[in-house]
Design a protein around this ligand. Structure first.
Ligand SMILES: Nc1ncnc2c1ncn2[C@@H]1O[C@H](COP(=O)(O)OP(=O)(O)OP(=O)(O)O)[C@@H](O)[C@H]1O
Length: 364
């Protein structure tokens, strides 16, 4: 499954010129406020007309201004989920879900019970939206979109109106959607945490242009692309190997090597994306001894980039790349150069609102 987007649009004081290709899984559109994320979503959905452009899903052309093709919104088979659930207040959850069906033509696709099961909303079916929590309402909105049998799901900051607890509640359902429903998702967010947890591919928008796009781990470690540099770091696809309650540790394995965390609440075998902030990775030339930090990964310097007084060092550890942010002076004192063997000491990781009690940053 591929979605090709190549569009241009001009407004007073804003020009959008964006081209990218999204594959299976979840593609995050990431960028500052006003960079054009929602405009891209509206263009794909067909809610906004570009001056010029071509949009195709798996070769099916939805828009091609050169050939005068513009498939109307209701024929695009694209599901949309917005910040607010936009449910119909006078209808029950079941009726709201059925409403999604109205737009799906012909038979096939998931049925209401399967969707309710996927999203954990079976017990809510006879309730009215006013009696639901924000997270429950959003799950119903996702269900309604799914029942329209979309070939693509667009989600525009679906969690931003929810508090942390509700976000934590809904994130696993979005993961299930991504992994089990096999539906490609284009997801707008300006939260590094959300993107790290959910995305396979990231497209970074800056002032109406694509500043970068690529696999989530390659994009999020580029601190020049992340508005809050402190959040830049590596994303490692890890697996829960085993829990050791006596030692109070959970061992994760992944492409950079094993990492031990204080016990987390996630079943063995579970895959999760672990974010390692670049500022919480130290480098040493020899394997450190007598150190309280437990997680030391051997690697080799792959790249050095100076950013003001800081130096961003990319280290190849096993199959992964780990980013470390040092001062330029430290990088110089260590004599760091491409190819030099080093040991990366990981001081903290972020599990991003899931798996860990309270989520977020964990000292390791
Ligand atoms: N209907 C409109 N008419 C004119 N200008 C608009 C309209 N909608 C958005 N814009 C402008 O287009 C630009 C891109 O807006 P857009 O909403 O796509 O950004 P965004 O990245 O989604 O921002 P945010 O993260 O704040 O939602 C902004 O400069 C905005 O002011």
């Amino acid at each position: 499954m591929t979605i090709d987007v190549d569009v241009s649009l001009r407004r007073d004081g804003f020009t959008l010129d964006v081209a990218f290709r999204a594959g299976a899984g979840l593609t995050a559109l990431f960028g500052r406020s006003g960079s054009g994320k929602t405009t891209v979503i509206d263009l794909i959905a067909g809610l906004t007309r570009p001056e010029r452009g071509r949009i195709a899903i798996d070769g099916t052309v939805l828009l091609d201004t050169g050939r005068g093709i513009r498939v109307p919104v209701h024929r695009r088979r694209i599901g949309c989920v917005f910040q607010e659930a936009r449910l119909m207040p006078h209808l029950s959850v079941r009726q709201n879900l059925r409403f999604g069906r109205v737009f799906s033509r012909g038979a096939g696709g998931p049925d209401l019970d399967a969707v309710a099961d996927l999203l954990g909303i079976g017990p809510l079916l006879e309730r009215r939206p006013a009696g639901l929590s924000g997270g429950e309402r959003q799950r119903v909105a996702i269900g309604r979109a799914l029942l329209a049998r979309p070939r693509l799901l667009l989600m525009d900051e679906p969690l931003s109106a929810l508090d942390e607890a509700r976000k934590r509640e809904i994130l696993p359902y979005i993961e299930r959607l991504r992994d089990e429903a096999g539906l490609p998702i284009v997801y707008v967010s300006h939260s590094v945490a959300e993107v790290a947890r959910l995305a396979s591919t990231v497209v970074v928008l800056e002032a109406g242009r694509v500043a970068a796009s690529g696999p989530v781990d390659a994009v999020l470690r580029r601190s020049d692309l992340i508005p809050d540099r402190a959040e830049a770091g590596s994303v490692l696809a890890m697996r829960v190997e085993r829990h050791d309650p006596e030692a109070g540790l959970t061992r994760l394995t992944g492409p950079a090597g094993p990492l031990d965390l204080p016990l987390i609440d996630a079943p063995e075998g579970r895959r999760l994306n672990l974010r390692v902030p670049a500022r919480d990775v130290l480098l040493a030339l020899a394997r450190p001894e007598g150190l309280s930090a437990r997680n030391v990964l051997p690697g080799r310097v792959a790249r050095l980039r100076e950013e003001g007084t800081a130096c961003l060092v990319e280290v190849t550890c096993g199959e992964a790349t780990l980013a470390a942010r040092l001062t330029r002076a430290s990088a110089r004192d260590l004599g760091l150069a491409v190819g030099r063997p080093v040991f990366a000491i990981v001081k903290s990781v972020a599990l991003d609102a899931g798996g860990a009690p309270g989520g977020g940053r964990i000292e390791i």
